[in-house]
Ligand binder design. Structure first.
Ligand SMILES: [Fe+2]
Length: 425
């Protein structure tokens, strides 16, 4: 999917307005991001369509009960006086503090030094997770003090290492999904809570909540957890029990605060009230839980799982963006997109000359023109990192039609593994 054609709101456009309307209010020039039918049952090839012909409008009128339009991405800004049902998401935009913190992170560049430092932090967290897992399967008593120490170190190093840590979390090994998922969620919870303007102490709580959020899954049937294909209703109920189980497992642990416990309990609640276990809505959901929910979904979407292949960073952000205000906290989703960027540091991309590259720096406003390193074949079926290329500089010299990012790819695309590239940096 070419990014240009998708009409993606790159760095701008986060002040958008997502609105659910009746099909009769749909106009030519509205950008539809969701319909009451699954996309595969519609004639539209992409998830998201700009209504540009009467036949498209008529199809929607004849087949849909409602549609969600994104006025931000719609050339036609007509807004019906009444939406469909209660759902309307009105963005308030980011605070100055949030913008500053996101921009500072986006200025970072992945270098040999930041990568070495980040690897140390990542490995430290990985060994804490191994220890915690051993605790669960042993006497069931867990000791989170060691994990707290590493999380504190990561929170303290954010001003230099977010970009490199974000690259490390792109190493995804399918057989180590659970442990890596905990580590990745912890790291991204720390990064997002900091970018959201939270204080240091709460940032560390967010990291711990991210690390422990799926603790309850250790008590579930592994057969059901790893089942390929759709779960039956009964199996789904079984899986849903994990948030409550995790909460109960931490209940008597004096090292875990009430906030972290509540985040574990409520990380599958949704602002629209359709989550579990308590069907809380809006501000009833603790902010730590709202944060974990976004990162949990992002990491799951971008990972290979038994029932779903990995999707790209760009697709994952699209899903979060579409669901902001409904499944996910709107402000936190917007901060996350601003922090990472649609073309994020550490992602594998295809350039317009069809060659692959990895993004080293993705400053705001540079959109499809980040700093990259080319990915070359090593002649033995593997890959190596090639020259550094500043696409923004190229654009200044040659104009916007120069070489740029055409597509953001998931790890493993065309056989290129991020792990292999990181090792050579
Ligand atoms: Fe979960």
């Amino acid at each position: 999917m070419e990014l240009d054609k998708l009409n993606v709101a790159l760095d701008a456009g986060l002040e958008g307005y997502l609105m659910r309307i009746r099909p009769r209010d749909l106009q030519l020039g509205h950008f539809v991001v969701r319909m009451s039918l699954p996309w595969r049952e519609t004639p539209f090839p992409l998830e998201g369509v700009l209504i540009s012909q009467d036949s498209e409008r008529k199809w929607v009128l004849d087949h849909c009960e409602w549609v969600d339009i994104d006025l931000d991405r719609s050339p036609n800004k007509y807004r019906p006086a009444q939406g469909y049902g209660a759902f309307q998401y009105q963005s308030k935009g980011l605070s100055d503090k949030q913008v500053r913190r996101c921009e500072a992170a986006r200025e970072q560049r992945i270098t040999r030094e930041t990568l070495a430092e980040s690897k140390k932090l990542y490995t430290g967290l990985a060994s804490e997770v191994d220890r915690l897992v051993a605790d669960f399967s042993g006497d069931g008593e867990i000791d989170v003090e060691g994990a707290r120490g590493v999380i504190g170190d990561i929170a303290g190093s954010l001003s230099e290492n977010v970009a490199a840590l974000a690259w490390l979390i792109r190493i995804k090994e399918a057989d180590q999904y659970t442990a890596q998922h905990c580590i990745n969620v912890a790291i991204l919870c720390i990064a997002l809570s900091h970018a959201a303007g939270w204080e240091r102490e709460k940032v560390e709580e967010a990291g711990l909540a991210g690390l422990l959020h799926d603790l309850g899954k250790t008590r579930l049937s592994q057969r059901i957890l790893n089942k390929p294909g759709r779960l039956t209703d009964r199996e789904f109920e079984h899986v849903k029990a994990h948030s409550m189980l995790g909460f109960q497992m931490l209940k008597s642990d004096p090292d875990v605060s009430d906030e972290v416990r509540m985040a574990v309990r409520h990380h599958h609640e949704r602002p629209d009230g359709r989550g579990y276990p308590d069907a809380l809505s809006g501000d009833e959901i603790p902010d730590l839980a709202r944060l974990v929910s976004i990162i949990d979904a992002y990491d799951a979407i971008t990972s290979d799982r038994v029932y779903d292949p990995a999707r790209s960073h760009h697709e994952a952000l699209g899903i979060l963006y579409k669901e902001r205000g409904r499944q996910f906290d709107g402000n936190l989703v917007e901060v996350f997109i601003r922090l990472m960027g649609w073309v994020a540091y550490g992602t594998l991309v295809r350039l317009t000359d069809d060659e692959l590259a990895v993004v080293l720096e993705a400053r705001s406003g540079r959109g499809l023109y980040p700093l990259v390193r080319r990915v070359r074949s090593d002649g033995n079926g593997g890959h190596r990192l090639g020259d550094e290329l500043d696409l923004h500089q190229l654009k200044l010299e040659q104009g916007p039609e120069c070489l740029r990012v055409a597509e953001v790819l998931p790890d493993g695309a065309r056989g290129v593994k991020v792990r292999e590239l990181i090792a050579q940096f």
